[in-house]
Design a protein around this ligand. Structure first.
Ligand code: TXA
Ligand code: MG
Length: 349
């Protein structure tokens, strides 16, 4: 298949391009498009056959449900059974934006896209291009991250091209995804709302709107046969670059730097360091990538997947990575870092 590649202005995407992409979606094809979190791989979310193509293109296990994307609040009521008070509050506070909410699904939503669950995850992205496309298609758009299954999510069109060129109908390049981490997922169907995947809408932000919530224990602990994440996609630990990633954590940043330098010195493999602006110049290593300013977790989140992919591009075999505190967006960053590392972490006393 020849994949059409079209570049658009983020704020003022060309109507003809959006229309062309919308037509492809309406006819059951696949279009990758930018959102504020990561690039998505879209299909008609009410068409089980179209969505099957998503699973094939990504190599995604069929039990892993897709998120439906809408571009106006009223579209929600067509695809879910009911909207609770707490969900309403979250919608008013955070939509459009990087928050996905899990609801009981309406009958029109095929079980093939919900992994057989009676629930459906819904998101209203804030990205202008995503909104324009969803409005033009006039459909709920199913869209997982537009990466090959198991790889870090794409934050640039070039990542999508690398993973999916020739496997999908069209890629819309709308520049870099600004958040760089996938949306926060919350399930408000139970008595106490449960955070299934942390993201840029933080636990603290959610609690300021609806009060206390719980965090799925697998957000920071390795899933096992007895500890199964509620979001099926979170059970995969291989969300990672080809390189082995090892996290080095400690309260004293200087000790962390020393430990990483020791590990680098002792290694016989091609090594890379995932550092921060505060530490990057202290290392003696050929490949040091800085995630950004330690005080600026949004910047660190925006750079994480891009850098994990870059290590692969550079042929790095082992990455030693610093960690960040698990507060605010740090919870999402640590969740993705731990997955990338397959939970390998050296903790300094
Ligand atoms: O930011 C995002 O959410 C991006 C952009 C493209 O919108 N999409 C995304 O989709 O990250 P995906 O498919 O890569 O991740 C969706 C996650 C998976 O872990 C999946 O298991 C979970 O959402 N999920 C989907 N439906 C669910 C449901 N009904 N109940 C629980 N988890 C669900
Ligand atoms: Mg994904």
């Amino acid at each position: 298949m020849k994949t059409i590649l079209a570049t658009v202005e983020r704020q003022t995407p060309k109507k003809e391009i959006i229309q062309q992409a919308a037509e492809i979606l309406k006819q059951g094809g696949l279009v990758a498009f930018p959102t504020e979190t990561v690039y998505g791989l879209g299909a008609n979310g009410l068409d089980a056959v179209a969505c099957k193509k998503i699973y094939e293109a990504k190599g995604r296990p069929s039990d892993n449900p897709l998120i439906l994307h809408i571009a106006e609040k009223k579209a929600l009521y067509d695809i879910v059974k009911s909207v609770s008070k707490k969900a309403e509050k979250l919608i008013d506070a955070f939509w459009p934006g990087p928050l996905t909410i899990v609801f009981e699904k309406a009958d029109c939503v095929p079980l093939e896209i919900t992994g057989g669950f009676s629930t459906v995850a819904v998101r209203f992205p804030s990205h202008t291009v995503a909104q324009a496309l969803i409005q033009a298609a006039h459909l709920p758009i199913a869209a997982p991250s537009a990466n090959s299954s198991g790889k870090p999510s794409p934050t640039k069109a070039s990542h999508v091209i690398f993973d999916l060129d020739g496997k999908i109908d069209m890629i819309i390049d709308g520049g870099d995804a600004e958040v760089g981490l996938e949306s926060t997922i919350i399930d408000v169907s139970g008595e106490i709302p449960m955070l299934l995947r942390p993201g840029a809408v933080t636990k603290e932000m959610i609690e300021s709107v609806i009060g206390k919530i719980e965090i799925d224990p697998t957000v920071l602990t390795k899933p096992s046969q007895t500890l199964i994440p509620k979001a099926p996609g979170m059970k995969y630990t291989h969300y990672s670059p080809k390189a082995d990633v090892i996290l080095v954590q400690g309260n004293d940043l200087q000790k962390v730097q020393q430990k990483i330098q020791e590990l680098v010195n002792d290694s016989t493999q091609k090594v890379g360091i995932l550092a921060t602006d505060q530490t990057k110049d202290s290392y003696n290593c050929e490949i040091v990538l800085s995630l950004g300013d330690r005080q600026n977790l949004e910047q660190i989140g925006a750079n994480l997947f891009k850098h994990l992919r870059k290590f692969d591009f550079l042929g790095v075999e082992v990455v030693y990575a610093e960690t960040v505190p698990q507060k605010g967006e740090g919870l999402a960053i640590m969740n993705r870092l731990q997955k990338a590392a397959g939970y390998k972490m050296i903790t300094l006393s």
